[in-house]
Design a protein around this ligand. Structure first.
Ligand code: SF4
Length: 225
């Protein structure tokens, strides 16, 4: 039996907070906030399916659907932008005599403080690379464009290929196990919740008591104090 297909965007959700991912994917809960709305608006601007233009000699395609249906990945999603630059070391597209190298560009509203990228963003783009390379038979490069500083940052998707490949397979395996069993992972220790749109639904500070009977007894006793 083929492994369950996974949407690339959900890998990022899982890495940020497995509990949140479980609420979204298993419980089908959803709540928007200003951060989600901002990111969505930005992606809407980028995602115009008929958008194809030439920029400084590069062919730029936006909203490119991608997939990799190899058993160990079985991924699908949409890349914000795929840029083709002429290169002798590149690949031919549509039987053209010209050769191109491919670069994935992911758009993010804000650059993280004190680092070039978040791990979950890197993994999201790495998963896109696996799909683009699979479809076009290439070894694509990848960058993130940060809107707040209007700059691009190169991602080490080639240099750290094996490390990210192992990590991604591990994450996909965990996600599939949870999906199969319908288990929503618990809230991680030291989970960062600032900016999470699900806070009102999740109530992360409300912990389930270890001994439920004892907690009920305490409540009963307190009524007679
Ligand atoms: S509020 Fe915190 S624990 Fe709950 S889903 Fe969001 S990030 Fe995860």
């Amino acid at each position: 039996m083929m492994s369950q297909e996974i949407a690339i965007r959900s890998i990022q959700h899982y890495m940020y907070c497995p509990h949140r991912w479980g609420l979204l994917e298993i419980d089908k809960a959803w709540a928007e906030n200003i951060f989600v709305t901002k990111a969505n608006l930005m992606h809407e601007r980028v995602h115009s399916p008929d958008n194809y233009h030439v920029l400084r000699g590069r062919k730029v395609f936006t909203s490119v659907p991608v997939y990799n249906d190899k058993e160990e990945y079985n991924l699908y999603g949409v890349t914000d932008c795929l840029e083709l630059s002429k290169s002798e070391d590149g690949i031919s597209i549509d039987d053209s005599t010209d050769k191109y190298k491919l670069c994935i560009v992911e758009y993010k509203p804000t650059k993280p403080k004190n680092k070039d990228y978040n791990e979950e963003d890197m993994m999201q783009v790495f998963a896109q690379k696996l799909c683009v390379d699979y479809i076009f038979g290439c070894d694509s490069e990848a960058e993130i464009y940060y809107a707040d500083i209007r700059k691009r940052v190169s991602l080490p998707v080639k240099e750290m290929y094996e490390e990210y490949d192992d990590k991604l397979k591990q994450i996909l395996s965990e996600m599939r196990k949870n999906l199969l069993s319908g288990h929503i992972p618990p809230v991680k220790r030291n989970q960062k919740c600032s900016g999470c749109s699900m806070k009102d639904m999740c109530m992360p500070k409300l912990r389930c008591p270890k001994n439920f009977k004892l907690e009920l007894k305490k409540l009963d006793d307190s009524e007679y104090d």
